[in-house]
Design a protein around this ligand. Structure first.
Ligand code: BGC
Length: 536
């Protein structure tokens, strides 16, 4: 049974008891992370499919490119479109989902996303031409947009507070598993010389959508959404199921009171429309500033260049003379899976800011090494080996830092009234940049266009350098703070000093009146223990 202490307005200490987290309750909360598999698999499978001979033959047209199979290959613009149209769909899906989730509920929005996605999968599996494949990926992408934007919201609303960070990082872990599964399946079907080579990897996506949709159908709706809609009995029932307690138990009543008090407090202080996301001017704690931060975080995550490896790795490795490109691609995805769980611990131990700064430094070093060795010693065995080894180290850095870090932060920086929309906008930004990078990359590396070969890593190295600067100057440390404290921290300090910031009531004998008032009003208990030791 977990206990924690909080200060009351009178400065005393009050113990509150949180419902014990049962294994069943934990699994219920963590289940939605399964949506990450959908996200990862869907964005990853196309990489291998594009490199398949049968696919080139079926979807291609006459070409002299050395990548062609039997003189057939899709055109560069077709490749760009096939890869990036998914992200275009997800971009719009994520934006729309911000409103739908407030309207019909979080769970229902995710289920609707799975249904839309399934329609897209049918078109993809049925396709034998780019003309049908592209709309299939666009529609599937729209569904994924719903799923990816709302899952973080759903998970953070149903999770017990203590596990929120780890559960969101669990979502990123599932993304990496999805990517790995895609590459294993691609590897298994790549030599088939009939349509099952690409139809199997495409069709399998549907299974994940069914599991997620049916699973969520059996799970409760977010209690916070019920509170928003004034359906308090439903909220109590939902909390009871999630915490493994009777709906009329004291645990449930306590947590529900906290939700209701929070909601009422927020509604008194803030409106929650789309326009409100862009209000407040440029002061550090304004909604506008937070939305820009969330969107920029996701943009910079894409500019680390990670999806160059995951979307185009198989085709790129071949162009620089690596024979078993599929195998290398599987290795990179396996490194991605194995490195992500490290973040479950590091994100709480070192904080979000440090992780992003050092992660980007690690990545940029790897990228410049690959670029320099690959340019100086082009086509050599040593350059090939260097590419493989440093790509793996690069992925290690991404997976243990920016991968989960960007998602965890967007779940923490928004005040609750605009949280659904803020997370949706940030997720849409992820997909927008995902689209842009997916679209322009072939033009940078294809033989007939930029033909940059390993030099492309100079670009990713430069953008990762920008990530270091961005994280250093603009990303605040949110570790160990409640949402109310994040508000105060953003008002009182700069991102660079944010890790040292402590709530006023922990600084000597001052009383942090507003924070305590908030605590009183909302019953929300600041998780201060992480920062107390830094107060000195
Ligand atoms: C990113 C994806 C990327 C994946 C790789 C996610 O956090 O948003 O674009 O493909 O990580 O693991």
């Amino acid at each position: 049974m977990a206990r924690w202490a909080s200060s009351t307005a009178k400065g005393g200490t009050r113990d509150r008891v949180e419902a014990p987290v049962t294994v069943r309750g934990y699994l219920l909360c963590v289940f939605a992370a399964f949506g990450g598999i959908l996200f990862g698999y869907d964005s990853g499978y196309i990489n291998g499919v594009l490199a398949m001979n049968f696919f080139k033959q079926e979807f291609g047209s006459p070409s002299n490119d050395k990548e062609a199979y039997n003189g057939l290959l899709y055109k560069t613009w077709e490749k760009s479109l096939i890869v990036s149209i998914l992200s275009a769909g997800t971009f719009f899906g994520a934006l729309v989902a911000g409103s739908v989730a407030d309207w019909v509920g979080r769970r229902s929005t995710i289920i609707a996303g799975c249904t839309i996605f399934s329609a897209g999968v049918i078109l993809q599996v049925a396709s034998t031409t780019v003309a049908l494949l592209v709309p299939g990926r666009l529609i599937a992408g729209f569904g994924i947009g719903f799923v990816s934007a709302v899952i973080i919201l759903y998970m953070s609303e149903v999770a017990p507070k203590r596990f929120r960070g780890a559960i969101v990082a669990g979502y990123q872990f599932c993304i990496t598993i999805g990517l790995l599964l895609a590459s294993v399946v691609d590897n298994g079907t790549k030599n088939l010389m009939d349509s099952s080579s690409y139809r199997i990897p495409m069709g399998l996506q549907w299974l994940f959508a069914v599991v997620l949709g049916v699973g969520l159908f059996l799970l409760p709706e977010s209690p916070r959404w019920y509170v928003k809609k004034g359906r308090r009995d439903d909220a109590a029932r939902s909390l009871g199921t999630l915490r493994g307690q009777p709906a009329d138990s004291e645990f449930v009543a306590d947590e529900l009171n906290e939700l209701i008090a929070n909601h009422e407090y927020e509604m008194r202080h803030m409106n929650a429309g789309w326009a409100d996301c862009f209000r407040g001017g440029w002061k550090p704690s304004s909604n506008l500033r937070r939305v820009v931060l969330g969107m920029a975080l996701q943009m910079m995550q894409q500019w680390t260049g990670v999806n160059f490896i995951f979307y185009y790795g198989s085709t790129f490795f071949k162009t620089v003379g690596i024979q078993n490109a599929f195998l290398v691609s599987m290795i990179t995805t396996a490194v991605n899976v194995c490195s992500t769980p490290i973040s479950f611990w590091t994100i709480e131990k070192f904080g979000r800011r440090m992780l992003l700064i050092y992660g980007a430094i690690g990545m940029l070093v790897c990228e410049f090494v690959i670029a320099i060795v690959g340019t100086v010693d082009e086509g050599s065995k040593a350059a090939g080996m260097c590419l493989i080894v440093f790509t793996c180290i690069y992925i290690f850095f991404f997976a243990s830092t920016w991968g989960p870090g960007a998602w965890v932060l967007i779940g923490e920086i928004f005040p609750l009234p605009i949280r659904a929309k803020g997370v949706a906008l940030s997720t849409a930004s992820n997909w927008f940049w995902n689209f842009v990078i997916g679209f322009i990359t072939p033009y940078m590396v294809d033989q007939d266009y930029g033909n940059l070969k390993a030099k492309v890593f100079f670009i990713w190295g430069a953008t990762c350098t920008a990530c270091v600067v961005f994280a250093y100057f603009l990303v605040p440390e949110t570790k160990g703070l409640s949402l109310e404290q994040v508000d105060r921290m953003l008002e009182e300090t700069t991102p660079r000093n944010s890790a040292k910031w402590v709530p006023l009531h922990l600084r000597g004998d001052h009383a942090d009146v507003s924070s305590l008032e908030t605590t009183e009003k909302t019953g929300s208990v600041p998780p201060v223990e992480h920062r107390e030791h830094r107060a000195v």
